[in-house]
Design a protein around this ligand. Structure first.
Ligand code: G4P
Length: 284
């Protein structure tokens, strides 16, 4: 399937991100633990040069735990402070604090050498749409947190949430853009539901998903839908349609309905904790 999408508002997002990033010391980048490569912005290396970097693999509750561990090791080996998290679980986010402390250490030391004491470290959350940025900010910083208010001049219009004495977090996340050129990236983002469904052919996408599942998670379709997995993927989707009563006029299987059902089950982790990408052979 060919994905063509470059939403115009992403150009605007890019400009906004370039401005916001000037104000901060630490970037807390969120990626989706099911597709850590495809959900990671390609230009962040350049944008966040000279900034401390934290990478959170979010939605790890839906990802394959063994692969999440591999991805963490992979990113750690590339110099990131990395952690798998579930932004919906407040109590799981405590470890993020110590990562921020680590990330800040260098800046605090540098300030101290220059005689600057107690200047708070500024952090921002960034990531492509739908990775869980707002959920993370709400869980991590909480609405109860005192906002520090607008600071005239430097940070006009920006709200900072004081996390503790040393750290302030920008209350609006930076929106990054995915790797638009790469078709596999488009496919993987579509798998997890990050590309609007009206832009894609659900049946074709479901066939791609069937191929992936049979290859990497054999037995999943059989177990979940009680269908034989072998043979042509169109045949598998047909079996699934029949099994789940997705039938249209003339007693024909409704492929679109079956595709929607499969994609929806996958996106909500009803097929289990599945990670689409492996660290081997990929680059940031
Ligand atoms: P964004 O700001 O990066 O665009 O993402 P946002 O926080 O809006 O999150 C997108 C969706 O992902 C939300 O679901 C949110 O609840 C869900 N989500 C965020 N973090 C996690 C996580 O760690 N695990 C799981 N399982 N889900 C997560 P939604 O369906 O759009 O809304 P709702 O279900 O919260 O109503």
């Amino acid at each position: 399937m060919h994905f063509q999408w470059y939403p115009g508002h992403m150009t605007k997002a890019k400009r906004a991100m370039q401005e916001d990033i000037k104000l901060i010391d630490v970037v807390i980048e969120l990626a989706d633990a099911r597709i850590p490569y495809s959900s990671k912005n390609p230009d962040i290396e350049e944008l966040a040069r000279n900034k401390s970097r934290i990478l959170l693999l979010n939605k790890s509750d839906m990802a394959d735990p063994a692969l999440s561990r591999e991805w963490i090791r992979y990113y750690e080996s590339r110099g990131y402070l990395a952690l798998a998290v579930n932004a919906r679980q407040k109590n799981e986010l405590k470890q993020v604090n110590s990562l921020i402390q680590k990330a800040c250490q260098e800046k605090i030391e540098r300030d101290r050498r220059r005689g600057i004491l107690n200047r708070p470290v500024r952090a921002m959350v960034a990531g492509i749409p739908n990775v869980g940025k707002s959920t993370f900010i709400n869980s991590f910083a909480g609405r109860a947190c005192a906002k520090t208010g607008n600071k005239p001049g430097v940070t006009k219009g920006k709200q900072w949430i004081r996390l503790n004495k040393q750290v302030e977090l920008l209350d609006t996340p930076g929106i990054l853009w995915p790797k638009f050129e790469d078709q596999t990236v488009g496919q993987h983002l579509a798998f997890i539901g990050s590309i609007k469904d009206e832009l894609i052919q659900s049946a074709e996408l479901a066939l791609d998903l069937i191929e992936f599942l049979r290859e990497e998670y054999p037995g999943t379709l059989k177990e979940h839908y009680e269908v034989e997995e072998n043979g042509d993927s169109v045949e598998v989707l047909r079996r699934l349609a029949v099994r789940r009563g997705c039938i249209q006029k003339g007693n024909e299987p409704d492929f679109d309905k079956a595709a929607f059902l499969l994609l929806d089950d996958f996106r909500n982790a009803r097929l289990g904790r599945i990670t689409v990408e492996k660290p081997v052979g990929t680059a940031t």
